[in-house]
Write a protein that binds this ligand. Sequence first.
Ligand code: ATP
Ligand code: MG
Ligand code: MG
Length: 548
Amino acid sequence: SEERSLNFIEEIIEQDLAKGRHTSILTRFPPEPNGYLHMGHASSICLNFGVAKKYGGKTNLRFDDTNPVTEDTEYVDSIKEDIQWLGFQWEKELYASDYFETLYQYAVRLINKGLAYVDDSTSEEIAEQKGTPTQPGRRNRFAERSIEENLQLFEEMRAGKYKDGEKVLRAKIDMESSNMLMRDPLLYRIRHVHHHRTGDKWCIYPMYDFAHGQSDSIEGITHSICTMEFVPHREVYDWLIEKLEIFPSRQYEFARRNLTYTVMSKRKLLQLVNNKIVAGWDDPRMPTISGMRRRGYTPKSIRDFCDRIGIGKRDNSVDLGLLEHFVREDLNKTAVRRMVVFDPVKVVISNYPDGEVEMLQAENNPEEETITYREVPFCKELYIEREDFMENPPKKYFRLAPGQMVRLKYAYIIQCDSIVKDEQGAIKEIHCSYLPESKSGADTSGVRPKGTLHWVSIAHAVSAELRMYDRLFTEEDMDNVPGEYTDYLNPDSLKIIPNAYAEPALKEAKLGEGYQFLRKGYFALDKDGDADHLVFNRAVGLKDSWAK
Ligand code: ATP
Ligand code: MG
Ligand code: MG
């Protein structure tokens, strides 16, 4: 891959290593298991795993499962599968919920230092007392509680003595700080709910600010990389680490990455799934990693894309066309070539012997270092694309037309002699003759037709359903559209070709492998089909509109 300059995280790491601030690097990827991973997560994964790998470090996978209500083990499993598929392996699989006891002890430590208190106010009162960005907040009488009273009340909170919302634990920082998050932030709240891992053991749960940095510190994370919306949290992050006197992890922020013509929040993606607008989290139109995998995108294309867009400080949307460019670039190297006729018209080779079948050697992929071959049957009756024939062609039409010659890929040169029409006047059959001395690889005919067509033998073809995808939404910048985002769904995001004809080698198609259907695009086998009914998803078309 081409050399690029260091990104700002890499610069920080190089300085930290040079100054001896760290001798080894440990990052983490911290998904909340409340949905499937999407392209934005992929860029965070590539960054976290990428920089650690580059500097000989490691990366933990930490499930940020401190919010008991929205989380599920189905999500945990999908997240692990997606990260590994992208090509990364974590050092440790960890759960923030495993730190609940340690976090509780940290809270007790703060109380003992007079730096945390139990507050009985309602959330409305707390919000009101917080003030506004231009007006300082004020403390209430609960902040005056003694250390002993706070210790006892906090223990009772844990023991389940109080109802949801009755009490919270707050840090005692600064009600006049210009940073609203520093105005005595909540550390714990009471929630009598079941947690997907800790069950009913806990009825108090730590807030993000009292879980994330502490988890980083417990694990010895050196560089905790998150997205820009956490910039104001950094002051709380640093304050808590300092007061708790624990390992000094540091937080660094980079901008969220979005893609054009799609939405990238788990909440919206979940709505699309629940409202059956798409077939599931892995619907090939979804910007989820599982959707992209099913569609036929490759891990390398996603990694290359993330590497190319790099990281920045300002949120932005990246052109979907650039992602498709990398998909095409990788599939061009790795996808085997196959022939599939989408909209058939019959060709009869009049001078080819009845009943004879010739097995032609056809190269799998001209980009391969060592070329391998498959066999393609050729015989008297074939299908070509209806659009590859014109009865009255314009000038410079190089496909099949009366009296005109074309090459059939891997096979022979044919010439159209006559056509047969049905009662409605539609073309039923095209009668051709072939040049026996024009066989591909051994052509002595001296004829050089300009057009080459793909085709299949009718008797050997297998039927296939093709799912042709387009962008899910009609607007480029879906983060800034008026009204509901669902008003902008593209009604043509899926078109189905129910009965295409594929060359028989495609019976051996495997899930997870890419195929280039000659002159048509890149496709991937879909799990919906079976041996008798092949289903393929179009990953991307052949034409690259992306100017490098
Ligand atoms: P969403 O808003 O889609 O729910 P999230 O940030 O709540 O995203 P998490 O599961 O908490 O989702 O994310 C795990 C990691 O991925 C976090 O470090 C988060 O900052 C990062 N991340 C999430 N979305 C993006 C994005 N669009 N671009 C870059 N990084 C992202
Ligand atoms: Mg999050
Ligand atoms: Mg979220």
